[in-house]
Design a protein around this ligand. Sequence first.
Ligand SMILES: Cc1cc2nc3c(=O)[nH]c(=O)nc-3n(C[C@H](O)[C@H](O)[C@H](O)COP(=O)(O)OP(=O)(O)OC[C@H]3O[C@@H](n4cnc5c(N)ncnc54)[C@H](O)[C@@H]3O)c2cc1C
Length: 462
Amino acid sequence: MADELGGRVARHAVVIGGSLAGLLAARVLAEHAERVTVVERDRFPEGQEARPGVPQGRHLHVLIAGGQQALDELLPGFMAELGELGAPKVGVPEDMVQWQNGQWFRRTPATAHFYTGPRPQLEWLVRQRVLADPRIELVEGTETVGLTGDSSRVRGVRLRERGAGADKETRTLEADLVVDASGRSTKAADWLAGIGAEAPHEETLDTGLAYATRVYRSPADVPGTDAIGYYVVPSPDQVYGGVVLPLGDGRHLVTLSGLRGDEPPTDEGAFEDYAKRLPHPVVSDWLARAEPDSPVYGFRKTSNIRRRYDRPGRRPAGFLATGDALCAFNPIYGQGMAVAALTAVALRRALTDPKRTPTTRQVQRALLDASKQAWDISAGADKKMPGATGDAARPGPADKAVGWYLRRVQERAAGDPVVGAPFRAALTLTAPLTALFAPSVARAVLFGPVHGTPAEPPLSRN
Ligand SMILES: Cc1cc2nc3c(=O)[nH]c(=O)nc-3n(C[C@H](O)[C@H](O)[C@H](O)COP(=O)(O)OP(=O)(O)OC[C@H]3O[C@@H](n4cnc5c(N)ncnc54)[C@H](O)[C@@H]3O)c2cc1C
């Protein structure tokens, strides 16, 4: 069969991009191919520093529970090792002072945990674990500039050394399978056009959300709270976001967010003023007592983008997309790393399906399915944001009824653990969205009262 993933990936697989999605895909492919080559444009730093190819790495990254489980499945013992490196573990709602939809969350016992800490630390640990596998080779400082083959089958990639001018010759690396993990700005559409194939349709939804992030040291005598962090969640009625979370080394990362036309500034003086737009001074007060320890970094590429490789089109066998190159999310929901890991788990399951040798299209569909819940959450919420643009921003037939129900879920999630626990499980990708419609939850959502929530930020647990 022309489209079959020959011999379940066969001799040589090439992965474009050595960040989380690429490394985790390589980890899985090494179980099937004779050898795997990861081609990365950057040269990796020795330690746990940020790097140019992952500019979002300077911004707040949390690893939600669905991602933790998937990482442990792919790299046994991973979460324990991350904890040993010092990544703080935060229980929700217990450990956070959280404001959302006009309410402070009650700090009831945690039903979900996320890990925070520097994103480069997490990526470094994944890199150490994955590249220890002798079946995986790394080609650093090298950019993929195209594919070889034709519209029916990919035969390899064209590479150019980084820093070499556009006129510098390229070399070819042959492969039976090529996986695009080059992130949300992938050039796959051009690469496919270059071999006579069709680019996938790009479904988009852009709220114009922008981040600005700065590291702070908080003096030991800061009065205040037994909480580990603060989180002011944006919503259609209140579009500003603010998060303060520990890095695990005595410092905190502070991310502020706002929408198109009123983005948070990267100007050092103006950053702290911007925090005053949040609906409560709790973040601003914290900042007034803390010491800045870095410049302010901005980030504006936050649209939801889903590349519909599952739809018909003239596309070659032996080419897959994963991670942000397949489906990128508004980062405010904290899903992308988790989905990169869940997608690698889906890749493993598709390739080990005992019932059939899968085609490229079947595997690609399995990878897209692994991102569906995160997309539904992210795009579903972003549709309601003022000024959202893109074809996925158009209302669907069920939006009104679902929106009505979810508003009731949110009103109750802050004060009622019966609703809050499944709400968090769905958001952290450990339970399906249908968990919100289970009988006990539906009863509380449809007929139960809205429980009281604290009038002021709950700075202590009781
Ligand atoms: C501001 C921000 C905050 C975020 N916060 C969170 C969060 O809290 N929680 C969470 O789970 N996710 C978060 N994410 C998402 C997360 O960063 C990504 O989903 C995750 O990094 C997976 O990305 P990836 O490996 O697909 O791509 P990336 O991490 O973007 O990596 C792409 C890699 O490909 C390389 N590359 C690119 N082009 C080429 C080429 N032509 N040839 C060779 N190599 C190439 C790049 O150098 C890079 O190493 C956030 C994203 C942003 C933007």
